[in-house]
Design a protein around this ligand. Sequence first.
Ligand code: AMP
Ligand code: ZN
Length: 475
Amino acid sequence: MKQVTFHNTLSRKAEPIVPTKGNVVGMYCCGPTVYAQAHIGNFRTFLAQDVMRRVLQTAGYKVIHVRNITDVDDKTIARSIEEGRQLTEFTEHWTQIFHADCERFNMLAPQIEPKATEHIAEQIAMIEQLIQRGHAYASDDGSVYFRVSSFDEYGKLSRLKERQLLTDAPANDTPVDSDEYTRDSAADFVMWKSRKPTDGDVYWDSPWGQGRPGWHLECSAMAMKYLGNNLDIHSGGVDLTFPHHENEIAQSECSCGHEKKFFKYWIHAAHLLVDGQKMSKSLDNFYTVDDIAAKGYPPVVLRYALTSGAYRQTINFTLDTLGAAQSALVRLKKFSDELLAEAGLKRASVLKEIAKGKHLHDDWDPFADAWKKLTHDMNIAGALGAIFTAIKAKPGPEALIPFHKLIFALGYDLDQVVIEKPKVDVPEDIKILAQKRWDAKQAKDWATADALRDELAAAGWKALDRKDGFDLEQL
Ligand code: AMP
Ligand code: ZN
């Protein structure tokens, strides 16, 4: 049952994950750029990665999860200067908000969360290796560029050659020096940006003068540092395939003299759209988890809505999907509650055991089909369908562990789900009886109050007293 497959962008095929080293899967996820609150499009990708990790753990792998914090780039610098704040204080503020949102979504925290600004020495060392090996050159202004024509395999991830774009542009033919570019061609890209007046006091000394690293470099340097021996999974949103991931591969593979392949499996999540367009800060068409909470939906409902579709297909986000997500979660929670009540166990302790790997070898029955789907390119929609089919067949107590293993793998915090009591019309005679009982209680006529309570119970009702009145519940 251990086989887990994912679609690999590099090979364009679904492949079983075979870790480089034993049972350990190294997983590098490109993290947030901390200049504002992450929107739910960003979280679609981060949540897909969270399920990816949970599925691997549930299958029995130990996962080393590294997710970086981009705390220096064009946007963080521009915004912090605009607000008159120090870069570190500014990015720390948004990092804390990101962490708080991750917790609300019940995401597992990565074991390693390196910051770009804390790895300047590693980035400079990588550039030096690339210059020595002839893959990079410094320009007159003290910036350093990667020479794309020096790497034959440039474009292998995003299939530049198949798209008939040139990879042999002359070295100095309009190199690109912005962190993000949409130009779909193989231009030399910047790794070290010489200091400019717009950078304010954000700069570091380097062999090429004052400046700062380019965005693509940080992931190369930090992934090699923390996962150099476990270069298994690398992932991000599909927009990162080119140029970010393509550039990361070029820098990393060339810096080590092609001794290592920079990651075996490249996994990309499709975009969350709004009215057919990518949700993004620049288009100002985004929601945050707070916006959705303000509409009455806890983060678990949003988590369900963002993860229940195929992760490699775009989702057009509408608020209508939240109602359906809420009712699906209520069904899951009720089923969980029933199983736990029968077994006399608490959800938290069962999930804790599962997280610790106590039930790794337990049977999946009656959820074998759901688990199979979840481990085949993370088919969450299929898995949920199989879960609901199995629940309908009213399985017995043997369902407790496999069901909660799936809940762990999907990461739903069922305690966040609010089961609203169905509204029932109370018959008039019951209301009158209950009122008489309340009045008797107020008059301290306990005998009458008790007799009326029994009468209510015989009719199938129970009064729940509050300080200033009562509610009625059907027995
Ligand atoms: P950023 O903070 O912009 O570096 O993005 C963080 C992650 O969110 C990256 O993996 C992006 O690919 C991903 N991302 C950005 N916009 C969307 C979107 N609309 N849908 C899904 N993922 C996205
Ligand atoms: Zn990255």
